[in-house]
Design a protein around this ligand. Sequence first.
Ligand SMILES: [Zn+2]
Length: 446
Amino acid sequence: MTSIFSRRAVFASAAALIVSAACRSATTATTTTSAFPIPEGLPDSAMIRADIEILASSKFEGRETGTPGNDSAAEYLSRRYASLKLESPNPLAGCGAGCARGYLLPFTGRESHRDGQTTSYASNNVAGIVRGNDPTLRDEYIVIGAHFDHLGRSPRFAMDPAAGDAIRNGADDNASGSAAVLALARRFAQRPARRSILVTHFSGEELGLIGSARLVESPPVPKSAMAAMVNFDMVGRMRDDKLIVYGVGTAREMRGLVDSSNTAGLRLSPVPDGTGPSDHASFYLKDMPVLHFFTDTHEDYHRATDDADKINVPGEVKVVDLAERIIRRIADRPTRLTFTKVAAPTRTVASPGGGGAYFGSIPDMASGDENGMRLSGVSPGGPAEKAGLKGGDLIVEFGGRAIKNIYDYTDAIGAFKPGDEISVVVLRGPQKERLSIKVTLARRGG
Ligand SMILES: [Zn+2]
């Protein structure tokens, strides 16, 4: 889960980068993980516990993107995929079935810093396939995924900066989701559905959903064949059988499907929105129905105390049980779900910016543009959408101020009030057509 819980969190996570002046060096080093036994042949609860204890052990040093600990976690996950005999989506990896290297999808990312410096890093997503058993529907995919990166030893994005360079192991965030995806992969491998399951683990989430954005840009299966995405981010702290389910408004059939699958009587809090501070947003922005399971935040979130001994494993098994029922129903349907866009919530979570001007843009954190702020989308029903801005637009001017990056943008919007009418200049399309668009700013939070 990225740093700030709010409906605007894709942007909020971008804003969090502003406080960072730290630089990061690219690394491709890996340390061996063969010392870790692969939890095979165990019941679900024991396997989930073992996967969380391994991923959240200090050997991986908190799995920060671009560090050897993160690379080793990816290697561990790819060995787990091999143990589950998942199909490799990458026939060009140069190795045969069951070869762990075939599951790694490398990518590089760039970060820009307030001082104008940019740094690059190398990391990996992990992906594998459980083939469906219907001769036609098996060419379509339900994506299940979780991010495996966390904060490492870095105090930025941490809620406990006073802990300095202590390792943040991220047991709930998000070894828990990573283990849930592995448990589901095993269940579907043992009993396939009609459609195929694309099993994924993302890196770069804490930096702003980078890994999932890259996977959607360069998918290992055709993008049009991905029928829905189900995300698991922080599912290890269930209390009183409560579970938050985001995205129930992203397909016409979704709410009914979720409610009727809740045969165990969990206390669900369904939320229509498909955006939010985790990787499902990358898929929702490409018009895919999504769900995100979340057992809510807690006092150890983004702190060095988010450790494996605090995980509620029986609670997590309940999340996996419910998710399996829902995913099977989506995967076995004769027709796909009917995607629906959700109107932006009129009331957002209280934040220090509450009451200020609201524009409703969703910055593209993966773009790396240096001469403006690229949008990956606009919030449905927000001022930017109403005025006609679109995903892909590059904002170069905002209310008469030049915009070279997201920091300029954040400064610029802070200078205006709700109700102000301003001009926004964007470059659109391959011809970089320059458009000046009038936008009336709304009130944030309400
Ligand atoms: Zn997080």
